[in-house]
Design a protein around this ligand. Structure first.
Ligand code: GLC
Ligand code: GLC
Length: 651
């Protein structure tokens, strides 16, 4: 029944399409539209079917997809077809990512282009260039407050630069990732300006209220993202004399997706960037997309419907383009961003694995892997054709968002344990050499998060000051251990700018008025390329970290068992300092790699017994893929030195 409705609607829409759209050769487009239209119509109807202008908006939606398709270059269309045929392409172990600010990694986009060689030297073939779009001059939340979704910020370059970079990347088989900030615009965006001038139709793009009545209802259940600097979720605007919903900073106005025009505008922007040659779009803050009084306004079912609709529409126009969900939410929630009730991913193909990230930091702070095991076990299974983005650091703070029940299951009290983690990583805990900064402590809830560069958080900054070579070696090993895990866990590893050369905290943000209140800037470094050149000088910290990372990356790419096909098995050992899992080749399960990581500073031992159950019967055949030699043994046990890891295989 429903299907007939959607078919007749599709026919009438096709009749109504503008002549210039109808005249084009849209063969592939129509095939895909036909295949996806039932889903698109159902979703669009669920979200907007109650509106009088539903049919008109549906027509606009189809026009937007068609226009996007007409603008897509033959080269990109060719790539779409290739990727449709090889639809698991991104699950391969060959991909290794890096995230950076163009003006932190380089001077600007043009200079980044000069430094592509660095990616190739390290083995990086997926580059997430963080926000480059027009944004306010002073505070802009690191570019995540966007004033024009189609203009590049002139401080970093122009559209030509990014087109050239996209081309150059493609030549070298490097994927380009850019952000789409779906949830909000800056208050300088044209839509916000028009809203401020009183234009009703643009006020309807946002959540704008005459008085506090509705904002107060929302506030009852909405947490605060930046409680210290931006308490509350609404901001008074003097020009309109109205309240605006601003979940993040007061200059970031939340978009209202209950308005179909907002959806269509944002789809148009997604397709615009897809057509500039972007391979993967990182959809920012997706958990926040739908607001409902009485809810926390995060992870709402309609937020998922919006993403499913975005995916379905993007698949019609630019099916080769993937989405990354940036949803830093509880494990049971994050898994839903791959899509629910489906076999293959229907929302985002890739999602940030914030759970693993936080668990690895837990392991570093506690020196044991109890919570790591518990947390990994409770991480629900992914859908097929979905993968994680595994990372240890990014441009944001570290939040300890694992489940309370997991923390309790391993014998800690959740509040006290989180406090311990914050104290440990900010160096306040006795014996901790971490140099993290506490981010956004919330007095009301007791929550806090942590900022700091990977190297400073693992203690390198403070032990370098002591000059103690043993401690320096341990700190370096901690960095390598963490990278070894994200490189072998299953998913796309994402290395953060500076972490492959152990860049320390950068305190210069304190003197910059637009940054001083946001200590995330401590870990958004400007790379000093003279210092980075030390990666070529034997014995330096940069050399040791860079070359070890480079080697791990090169090895990862050769090991099919490291591709992500739900081919990981967690292995319990008696030793609580070790993490151990097996990766096997999903096509040839006998091809296995045993990953073992020691989270303690002291040597730890592993007996063969627990390994027999998974088919490893003798040490004599073991070889470590990373060092190329047999693992060290003592009394028929394998030894792992402080913070050592093994990638063992059988010869
Ligand atoms: C994402 C970004 C973060 C930003 C927020 C609001 O979480 O990673 O940097 O502050 O969205 O746009
Ligand atoms: C986003 C992330 C959250 C982060 C915040 C600011 O909301 O979900 O984890 O703390 O942005 O960085």
């Amino acid at each position: 029944m429903y299907e007939q409705i959607s078919h007749s609607l599709l026919n009438s829409i096709l009749d109504d399409l503008k002549p210039e759209i109808r005249r084009q050769d849209l063969r592939h487009f129509y095939t895909r539209l036909g295949a996806n239209f039932y889903a698109i119509h159902s979703l669009f109807f669920t979200l907007y079917g109650h509106r009088d202008d539903f049919k008109l908006q549906m027509l606009r939606l189809v026009e937007t997809m068609a226009k996007g398709y007409i603008d897509r270059s033959p080269e990109l269309e060719e790539l779409d077809i290739q990727r449709e045929q090889d639809h698991n392409w991104f699950l391969s172990q060959k991909w290794v990512g890096m995230a950076l600010y163009s003006n932190g990694f380089a001077e600007n986009l043009a200079d980044l282009e000069n430094k592509i060689g660095y990616f190739q030297e390290l083995g990086i073939n997926m580059v997430h260039i963080m926000p480059i779009l027009m944004c306010p001059n002073g505070q802009s939340d690191g570019g995540y407050a966007i004033s024009d979704f189609r203009q590049i910020d002139e401080r970093v370059g122009d559209l030509e630069d990014i087109r050239r970079i996209a081309k150059e990347f493609r030549k070298r088989d490097i994927l380009l990732v850019l952000d789409i900030v779906l949830n909000h615009t800056s208050d300088e965006h044209e839509w916000a300006q028009k809203a401020k001038m009183g234009e009703r139709s643009f006020q309807d793009y946002y959540f704008i209220f005459e008085n506090r009545e509705i904002p107060d209802m929302f506030e009852q259940n909405m947490p605060e993202v930046f409680p210290q600097t931006d308490p509350g979720n609404f901001t008074w605007n003097g020009e309109m004399e109205k309240w605006v919903m601003t979940v993040f900073h007061d200059y970031q106005w939340d978009l209202n997706y209950s308005n179909p025009k907002v959806f269509i505008e944002m789809l148009d922007i997604i397709l615009f960037w897809a057509n500039q040659g972007v391979d993967i779009l990182r959809l920012d803050a997706v958990a926040f997309l739908w607001k409902r009084i009485g809810s926390s306004c995060q992870n709402e079912r309609n937020a998922h419907l919006i993403l499913q609709l975005m995916k379905d529409c993007c698949q019609v126009t630019a099916p080769g383009v993937l989405f990354i969900a940036e949803a830093i939410v509880a494990p049971v929630e994050v898994i839903k961003y791959f899509g629910e009730d489906a076999i293959a991913a229907k929302e985002c193909e890739i999602a940030y694995n914030a759970t693993l990230m936080a668990l690895i930091w837990d392991g570093v702070a506690t020196k044991n892997t109890n919570l790591l095991y518990q947390g990994i076990k409770s991480l629900p299974n992914k859908l097929e054709r979905a993968t994680w983005l595994n990372y240890v650091r990014c441009h944001d703070d570290i939040g300890f968002g694992f489940d309370d029940s997991d923390i309790r299951a391993v014998g800690y009290e959740p509040k006290a344990h989180r406090r311990f983690l914050v104290n440990y990583l900010s160096g306040q805990f006795e014996g901790s050499s971490s140099r993290g900064l506490v981010f956004m402590p919330n007095e009301a809830t007791g929550d806090a998060r942590i900022c700091g560069s990977l190297a400073s958080l693992v203690g390198l900054e403070s032990v370098l000051e002591t000059g103690d070579e043993d401690l320096i070696a341990l700190a370096i090993n901690r960095i390598l251990l963490m990278h070894a895990i994200i490189l072998s866990f299953g998913g796309i590893p994402l290395i953060y700018n500076g972490d492959a050369i152990a860049v320390l905290n950068d305190y210069s943000y304190i003197d910059e008025p637009s940054k001083t209140n946001d200590n995330r800037w401590v870990h958004r470094p400007k790379i000093n390329w003279e210092k980075a050149d030390l990666r070529k000088k034997q014995g330096t910290v940069e050399y040791r970290v860079f070359n070890a990372t480079k080697k791990m990356i090169a090895i990862r790419k050769e090991i099919s068992a490291f591709a992500d096909f739900n081919n990981r098995e967690l292995l319990h050992l008696e030793n609580e300092h070790l993490l151990c899992f097996i990766r096997f080749n999903h096509q040839r399960p006998s091809e296995k790699v045993l990953v073992i990581a020691n989270f303690d500073a002291n040597p730890q031992y592993l007996s063969l017994e627990p390994l027999r159950t998974v088919g490893f019967n003798s040490y004599s055949k073991f070889v470590d893929l990373y060092t190329g030699i047999k693992p060290e043994q003592c009394d028929s046990r394998i030894i792992l030195q402080g913070y050592q890891f093994y990638w063992l295989t059988e010869t």
